[in-house]
Ligand binder design. Structure first.
Ligand SMILES: [Zn+2]
Length: 351
């Protein structure tokens, strides 16, 4: 899922998103509830109509965005109290309100409110956040079942699993969360300060404790190699800002590893960003032109690099799906990783 924080995947129109092969996007509950406000979006027919996007949308519950405000947040049993980053107004996000906002937005998949924590953290505090997340999951689901989205569209409900940096606590939380009546599971609170090797051990422990035939969504990760590692752990859905944020910084993903379009070596290069990519930028534009656009601060550079990076991610996932269907996933992941790493892509997962 490309990330559409403000109801927009920065720089891309709905037509661009469709051309990239995107099937579903993520929108941020926290940002949209503060501006323009979820009631405004409900009154205008819901988020799909508001942003002219007729494919699925998943909304997060706002818990992680609130956590990232750091000093401005107080967590109590009732909910999370925080100050708006826009005008400083005091806001209370309860499990019930998180679901009400998401119902107003009319997303296809809504996510329960969790108590997210950063690592390292002492075991008692990790347990407390995990237990609170279970109680909040129950409250979120109970409230969500009484709500209706704009146009009466049905909403799928994903429950978030926390459990900090302990594999046994995560397993327990996953098992207890799986007992709730919901439509899928979101694995939260990873890549929040722990080592990457640890991240995958925790993701695997969580995924293994979940029912096999339900969708699992790993929140907020990752690089191309993270996606392949996650898929091997049984993850189905991802969201990450890397393809869009890096594009704006002049970094393009390619089968041969990342490209920094600012580098002088591209000054006269007539090559596309990636000769295997089907996006508009790769079909029509040279690296030399894209480099020029980027250095000149032209917004077309942002749009084209974003379109390319999102297309690259969707192509990677499409190829992974095909490999799984043919029973060749491990081979696909190994070959991709070796080629990508060799040319300076992500460091090995154990680094
Ligand atoms: Zn491309």
């Amino acid at each position: 899922m490309p990330v559409g924080t403000q109801g927009s995947v920065k720089g891309l129109s709905p037509a661009d998103l469709r051309a990239s092969g995107t099937q579903i996007i993520l929108a941020n509950t926290y940002h949209l509830m503060l501006r323009p406000g979820s009631k405004v979006i409900r009154d205008l027919g819901g988020l799909h109509r508001f942003m002219a996007w007729d494919r699925p949308v998943l909304t997060d519950s706002g818990g992680y965005q609130v956590l990232s405000l750091k000093g401005l947040v107080k967590v109590a049993e009732e909910g999370v109290e925080f100050r708006s980053h826009l005008d400083g107004a005091l806001e209370l996000l309860t499990p019930e309100r998180a679901m009400e906002v998401q119902a107003d937005l009319g997303s296809d998949i809504a996510v329960t409110l969790d108590h997210a924590v950063l690592l390292p953290l002492d075991p008692a505090a990790q347990r407390e956040a995990g237990e609170r997340t279970i109680r909040w999951t129950e409250r979120s689901l109970r409230r969500a079942r009484t709500l209706e989205s704009p146009g009466g569209l049905g909403q799928l409900l994903f429950a978030i699993i926390q459990g900090g940096g302990s594999a046994s606590l995560r397993k327990e939380m996953a098992t207890r969360t799986a007992a709730f009546e919901c439509d899928g599971f979101a694995i939260g609170g990873l890549s929040v300060g722990e080592e990457k090797r640890e991240t995958w051990a925790l993701a695997r422990a969580t995924a293994e404790a979940l029912p096999v035939d339900w969708p699992r969504y790993l929140m907020g990760m990752g690089t191309p190699l993270d996606l392949l590692e996650g898929i091997a752990c049984g993850i189905d859905l991802f969201d990450c800002v890397l393809p869009t944020r890096n594009a704006r910084n002049g970094m393009a993903f390619s089968m041969d590893g990342p490209i920094n379009i600012r580098n002088a070596e591209h000054t006269r290069s007539e090559r596309p960003l990636d000769s295997e990519c089907a996006c508009e930028a790769c079909a029509l534009m040279s690296r030399a032109y894209l480099r020029h656009l980027h250095l000149a601060g032209e917004i077309l550079a942002h749009r084209m690099l974003t379109l390319h990076n999102v297309t690259f991610y969707q192509t990677l996932m499409e190829a992974a799906r095909r490999a799984i269907e043919r029973g060749l996933y491990q081979q696909y992941a190994r070959e991709f990783s070796e080629r990508y790493r060799e040319r300076g892509g992500d460091p090995p997962a154990s680094a």
